[in-house]
Every structure is written in structure tokens, then in C-alpha cells.
Design a protein around this ligand. Structure first.
Ligand code: FNR
Length: 190
């Protein structure tokens, strides 16, 4: 059977991003038969609808990577109770032009890390709302909300909290199952 290709999207540009570190941990926890590559959002300009018919190269490359993936794993920070602006901006770009969204039907899972105690809960529910309009099937459980992130990663960025590692592993397993069963994943289309 072909490998399931998961694309992990890092919703923070910060060098020491806990969300980036969480996706690095996920790369170690991915089930056999699947692979997780990461995409960072540096270089994606601010969305301007006047340029969506002649998309910047960075956006075309971002869309190409989404389209080539069988599934998407979002790692979102929480900024003022919502997703980061850079993540929303990238989501908006890849949903355009109208009728040519890269997201449609792509199986997805959501996780997030924050220094607050609620672990991006509010941001994740906003993200899940966005995924409705993008028409992406989403893993419901487990919800991976990594609160008090500074306590769960070591100074080198390794996720040391074992229950969180187990949750991420379970989430990845559920995402792979969803991708295998999804009628509109890249796997089925090719
Ligand atoms: C935050 N942070 C934050 N945390 C939280 O739990 N709820 C929130 O609403 C916010 N709001 C917020 C707004 C802005 C503008 C910033 C810069 C930060 C703190 C946030 O969780 C923390 O900076 C994380 O470390 C961000 O994720 P990365 O960059 O580590 O992936």
C-alpha cells in the first residue's frame, strides 16, 4: 500500500515555536506506513484579492504541497483567543481563487500548544469552524490541547510530556484512518 503523506502546517513563525516543536514530536510518532513533512509559513505575503489570479510563487508552492498531501495536520498557536494571523492568511490564500481551493475534501487533524492553561482550545474551535467552509473532514478525537507548553518541552524543544506524546500518536493514527477512508483524498483521486 502507498505511504500516507501528511503535511504538517506550523501556525507560528517564531524560531522557538512550541507548535513547531509539537510537529517535530509528531514526526517521531507517525504510524508505520505514513510520513509527516512540515511546511512553514515564512514568505507567504499578506493576502490581497487583487493578486489572487496571479498568485505569488510562495503561495503556489504552498498550494502544491497541500494538493500533494493525503492529509493535513494543523498546529495552531492561540493569539487573542483565535488562530494566528499568519495561519488564517495562509488558509485564505490556499482557498483561492474561487473554485480552486487546495483544501476541499482534504482530511485534517488539529492540535495546538500555548503557554496558557487552555492549550489553544479557543483557537482550535475557531479553526474547526474555518474547516467547515473549507469542506475538510476533521478528526474529532482526541483533542490535543497542549497547555502550559513551557512545562512540557525541554529547553532543546523536545516534547517530554509522555501523556501529550501519546495523545499526538493517537491523533495521527486517527488521521491516517480518516485519510484511508476519505473518498476525496489524493490517494483515491490518483
Ligand atoms: C499570545 N498567547 C496566548 N496564549 C493563550 O493561551 N491564549 C491567548 O489568547 C494568547 N494570546 C496571544 C496573543 C499574542 C499576539 C501572542 C504573541 C501570544 C501566548 C501564546 O500561547 C504563546 O506566545 C505561544 O508560545 C505561541 O505559540 P508558539 O509561537 O510557541 O508556537
Amino acid at each position: 500500500m502507498d505511504e500516507i503523506k501528511i503535511l504538517g502546517i506550523v501556525g507560528s513563525l517564531r524560531k522557538g515555536s512550541y507548535n513547531h516543536f509539537a510537529l517535530k514530536a509528531a514526526q517521531e510518532l507517525v504510524p508505520d506506513g505514513a510520513v509527516l513533512s512540515l511546511v512553514e509559513l515564512h514568505g507567504i505575503p499578506v493576502f490581497d484579492q487583487d493578486t489572487e489570479m496571479a498568485m505569488p510563487a510562495a503561495v503556489l508552492e504552498f498550494k502544491r504541497r497541500i494538493l500533494a498531501a493525503d492529509a493535513i495536520l494543523f498546529a495552531t498557536p492561540e493569539y487573542n483567543y483565535s488562530v494566528s494571523g499568519v495561519l488564517k492568511n495562509a488558509i485564505d490564500w490556499a482557498s483561492r481563487p474561487y473554485g480552486e481551493s487546495a483544501w476541499t475534501g482534504k482530511p485534517a487533524a488539529v492540535m495546538g500548544a500555548s503557554t496558557g492553561s487552555l492549550g489553544t482550545a479557543r483557537a482550535q474551535y475557531h479553526l474547526r469552524q474555518i474547516l467547515v467552509t473549507l469542506d475538510m473532514p476533521v478528526v474529532n478525537q482526541p483533542e490535543v490541547m497542549i497547555g502550559n507548553a513551557a512545562l512540557r518541552f525541554d529547553p532543546g524543544g523536545k516534547l517530554t510530556d509522555e501523556p501529550t506524546r501519546q495523545q499526538i500518536q493517537t491523533l495521527l493514527g486517527a488521521l491516517v484512518q480518516l485519510a484511508k477512508n476519505s473518498p476525496r483524498s489524493t490517494r483515491q483521486a490518483t
